[in-house]
Write a protein that binds this ligand. Sequence first.
Ligand SMILES: [Zn+2]
Length: 325
Amino acid sequence: MGDGVRGLKKLVLVLDFGGTKLAAAAVELRSRTFRARASVPSPPTKSAESDREIVLRLAEEVLGGERPAAVGASFGGPVRREEGTVLLSHHVPDWEGFPLAEWLRERFGAPAVVENDANAAALGEWRYGSGQGTRHFFYVTVSTGIGGGIVIDGELYHGADGLAGEIGHIMVDPDGPSCTCGRRGCLEALASGPAIARRARELLTSCPRPGEGKVLRELVGEDLERISAREVAAAARRGDPLAAEVLREAGEALGFGLAQVITLLNPERISLGGGVIKAGNPLLAPVREAMRRHAFPGSRVEVAVAELGDEAPLWGAAALAEALL
Ligand SMILES: [Zn+2]
């Protein structure tokens, strides 16, 4: 395609201020592919200012000198949607109260919108991925944390304070392990990646039955600190009963949390995303079973696996930016 033709299409800039990576992409209006995309792992020296500089550099790279017609940004933490202000970053200090949408408007001379990453991913999956064709859609992402987003008739549901969809902090066990939010037994404290790793370590050090956990121990060369949800999943696939038990517990907790969502929202489809979901059946079979057991009967909810991977927040940001035009 020549530059002349390209120049006729409006260009949308989308940004992802994530916990593990920073990313930018340029999308032509109503296109389903990125014209250009660039990302870098989040730097270990965590600073809001340097994150912004890096994202600006990525944006320049993907824009190639063109001006965007609108900007959409996904942010890894709660934001005040109306003003586009960051409330808190889950990953980086000094973001509190930063007027991100206003800053983007000034930088790019274009309208800008900012959305929390789980909500952005939910909208991205609804519009371009596993939620297409539905009217009542719930998305949950299970990785370092657990987040969710509610899409009703193509619109994100935010709630009065922008906190709707926080499935990670549905309480599953009031006496359970402590959570990042300061309470106990939240779903995130039982089924997130770090929670799965912690539970595996706990069982391995509390004298498992003979043979249990052997594969998992071998996978990490006996260094239990190296255990993450990924190793637990790999060990379960190779028949390790201890690893399978850890995933079963996490799956049951997740299914219990989703059952509350089903009872309250009666969604048409629930989509499961995030790295931990890649554990597959040893996790997903208990999820489905617990959902069935604990939800109010009668729901015909479908369960799908997310399709857009870690690009879901960028696609949600694209949908939000398009809506500004
Ligand atoms: Zn919590």
